[in-house]
Ligand binder design. Structure first.
Ligand SMILES: [Zn+2]
Ligand SMILES: [Zn+2]
Length: 150
């Protein structure tokens, strides 16, 4: 159990955040093509909390509306990807696990977007893997999504 807020921030220090929770929720990686492009990495690693429990304690992220469904936060000074959230009030906000001061607090529990998982990415093979829109409800959610990635 983490004694205080779970903290993190960007690489230049201009943006800092605190998650007012005892433990991060749903730590995961997403292999989807949009997360690959948004992070410039080969997957996104994200851990969440309720939106009301995330406090930006120094600066604030710039936000990119990466699709009609979600925004991604990043430091406008150094470019570190910091957050992802669907545009739904009840949705969680996720921070990038690599931006946490202690990423060990966010061991991944599930993998998403495995339809785009790169063939040579092999890790955490025992962790559950799901495709994007893999259930009828999720397929409906993504059906009308418009990407803003160029
Ligand atoms: Zn920065
Ligand atoms: Zn993704």
């Amino acid at each position: 159990m983490n004694p205080g807020p779970i903290t993190g921030g960007c690489q230049c220090g201009a943006v800092r955040y605190a998650l007012h929770v005892d433990a991060v929720e749903k730590p995961h990686v997403c292999h989807c093509r949009m997360c690959q492009r948004a992070t410039g990495g080969v997957f996104a690693a994200l851990a969440g909390c309720a939106k009301k429990n995330l406090e930006w304690t120094k600066g604030a992220p710039a936000l990119f509306q990466s699709s009609s469904l979600a925004k991604r936060g990043y430091c406008r000074d150094c470019g570190t990807p910091l957050s992802f959230a669907y545009d739904l009030p009840e949705a969680r906000v996720y921070v990038t696990i690599g931006s946490l001061d202690d990423p060990e607090l966010a061991a991944i529990e599930i993998q998403y977007g495995v339809e785009s998982k790169l063939s040579w990415v092999e890790f955490c093979e025992d962790v559950e893997q799901k495709r994007t829109g893999g259930t009828p409800e999720e397929a409906q959610f993504f059906a009308d999504m418009k990407s803003n990635q160029g």
